[in-house]
Design a protein. Structure first.
Length: 286
């Protein structure tokens, strides 16, 4: 039980990590976005998950430092998260989160990059595959994949309503519970939700969730995809269903299942880093 609580808190609670290079900021269609860059070589752009930031998603699991040994590694805080600005207007999210990635590449004069997303970040990467395939050397979908047009977004509407009402994200934590595990005790869910509320701007996250419909992707261009795609997903991750649904429709997609890993633990497993590095090396262009 304690291990399960710890795995959920992993992406919620910041722990001290090695110092990064100095924070940088750029303006993306009027919103200030924080990013960091380290390393030399082909560019790798990292896009974190919902309610996380670049430290918790990439630095804590040591993926950022590992990648920076061989690549020009770029990570940023999505708008509404971390040290980036957090507008409350839903019009400032949706496709704007997708375009932020492209604008950051433009800002850094990067024509094409390997793009890696985790959880929400993977849905953003899937949308990038459709809208900006010319900017991607490869795409990695960690812990999730994009939804097809016509998919049911009822869960996201309910989550947004909870966030807007100041209730936090208990609904999300319950949905991410590994299959077959018993429900968490009420006091544990309350502790997780209290940490979530303390660390996030719920109105900004409400606006993020209101815009997720804009990331839905049509099937035809997925079938015509030419960009190499790697999916990395834990065998116990409920979002594996999203990856499975996309796998038969996205050309060039290879899926690696990390046995025994769930949504919160897969990214810190050594297999995640190993498979990602092997994939990037295979598709190295220089």
């Amino acid at each position: 039980m304690t291990r399960r609580l710890g795995s959920v808190l992993f992406l919620l609670v910041w722990v001290p990590v090695a110092a990064l290079s100095e924070d940088r900021f750029f303006e993306s269609n009027g919103v200030k976005i924080r990013y960091v860059v380290e390393g030399q070589g082909e560019p790798v752009l990292l896009i974190h998950g919902f309610s996380a930031d670049l430290e918790r998603n990439w630095v804590g699991p040591r993926l950022f430092s590992t990648l920076a040994k061989s690549y020009r590694t770029i990570a940023y805080d999505n708008r509404g998260h971390g040290k980036s600005e957090k507008p409350h207007d839903p019009m400032q999210y949706g496709k704007e989160l997708v375009e932020d990635a492209v604008r950051l590449l433009d800002h850094l004069d990067v024509k094409r990059a390997h793009v890696v997303g985790y959880s929400m970040g993977a849905a953003i990467v899937t949308k990038l595959l459709i809208d900006h395939p010319d900017r991607l050397l490869s795409a990695t979908l960690g812990g999730n994949a994009g939804k097809l047009e016509g998919a049911d977004f009822t869960f996201y509407d309910q989550l947004a309503d909870d966030l807007e009402a100041g209730k936090g994200a208990t609904r999300l934590f319950m949905a991410l519970r590994p299959p077959g595990e018993p429900p968490q005790p009420e006091e544990q869910l309350k502790a997780i939700n209290t940490a979530f509320i303390a660390m996030n701007d719920q109105q900004a996250l409400t606006a993020v969730i209101r815009g997720v419909r804009q990331w839905a992707v049509p099937e035809a261009p997925l079938m015509a995809n030419k960009v190499p795609v790697l999916a990395l997903i834990g065998s116990l991750d409920p979002l594996k269903r999203e990856v499975d649904a996309l796998s038969s429709r996205l050309a060039g997609m290879n899926t690696v299942v990390i046995e025994g890993a769930n949504h919160m633990t897969a990214i810190s497993r050594p297999e995640f880093a190993t498979e990602l590095l092997n994939f990037l090396e295979k598709h190295h262009t220089n």
